[in-house]
Ligand binder design. Sequence first.
Ligand SMILES: *Cc1c(COP(=O)(O)O)cnc(C)c1O
Length: 360
Amino acid sequence: MTRVFNFSAGPATLPESVLRTAAAEMLDWHGSGMSVMEMSHRGKEFIAIHAEAESLLRELLAIPANYKVVFLQGGAIGQNAIIPMNLLGGHSSADYIHTGEWSKKSIKEAQKYCKVNVAASAEANNFTSVPKRDTWKLNPDAAYVHICSNETIGGVEYHWTPDTGAVPLVADMSSNILSRPVDVSKYGLIYCGAQKNIGPAGLTIVIVREDLLGRALPITPSAFDYKQQAEADSMLNTPPTYAIYIAGLVFKHLKEQGGLSAIERHNRAKAAVLYDYLDQSSFYRNPVVPEDRSLMNVPFKLKDESLDDAFLKGAQARGMLQLKGHRSVGGMRASIYNAMPIEGVQALVAYMKEFEAAHG
Ligand SMILES: *Cc1c(COP(=O)(O)O)cnc(C)c1O
C-alpha cells in the first residue's frame, strides 16, 4: 500500500490513524456486530457515538454552554440559504464582507432571502487581503454580519476576530475550523462543511448562540430549522451517521495531539516552510499580503504558466497530488490542512526547488 501526499482542497486528506481505526471497526463496532453505517441513529450505540463527538468538539473549541451544536446535511453552500432563513427574524437586511469566491457565493445566495449590504470588499485589490475593520460600513440594523474566515480558493484568512458590536457575527469556517483555537463567544454562529478539516463530505456543523434560535422564517424547512434540530439533538431527521462517527475519531485524534494550541503551532511551522520558500523565489509567487495569508490553503503561480503541466506531472510522479489551482484562478494550490504532515510540505518544497533549478 502506498499513501500519497494529497494536497486536495476538499474532500481532503485525513489522519491515517483515523482511517486505520475506521477500517478495524468497519465490520463490527465495539462488539456490536454492526458497522456504524448500519446502526439505527436512535439506537444506544449511535447515540453514544454522537454524544461523544459533540462533547469532544465542545472541549476542543471550548464552546460555551449557551451555544448549541447541530449536525446537519446540506453542506456549507446549503447554509448560505439556511442562515438568512433562520437569523433574519424581523430584520430586512444582513451585512456581508466580500473577500473572494466563497463570500461571493454566500452573498449571491443570501440575496434570494434578504437585502444584502456588502459592508466591505477586497475586490479592488483582487482579493489579496482582508479589508481592515475600520473600512467596514456596517448597518446597525443588520440581522448579522457574515464573514468567510478562510477563503479556500484565494488563500486569504482572518487572523483576527472582527468586533461587530451587538450585531451577531456569522462565520463560514469550512476550511479553517479546528486549525487553531477560536474564541467562540465572539460569534453568533459558526458553520462549516466537514470535508476540509474534519471528515467525510455530507456532515455540516453549526455552532449557534441560543438567543439566536427561534427566529426562523415560516418557510424554513424543519430539517434546517436550528431550533427544531437543536431540540431534537440533530435527530429531527436522520443525521449523516457515518460522517459523524469519523468526525468523532478526528476530534479524538486532535485532542491526543495536544488540542488546538498544539495543532496551531504545527500548522504555523508547516505553512512557514512553504511561504518562506515562496518569498525568496522569483520563480514562484503567492499574491496575498503576508498578514492575511492562509495557513490552510496556499495558492501560488509559476513565473511561466506554460510550465504548469510539467510541474503537475513531476509532482504526481513523486506522489504529490491535487496541486492544480482552482479553475477560477489557475496556477497551483497546496491545501495543507491539519492532517497534512510537515513531511508532505517539505517534500513539496524540495520538489519546487528541483523544478526551479531545472527550469528557472
Ligand atoms: C468548500 C467550501 C464550501 C463548500 O461547501 P459545501 O460543503 O460544498 O456546500 C463553502 N465555504 C468554504 C469556505 C469552503 O471552503
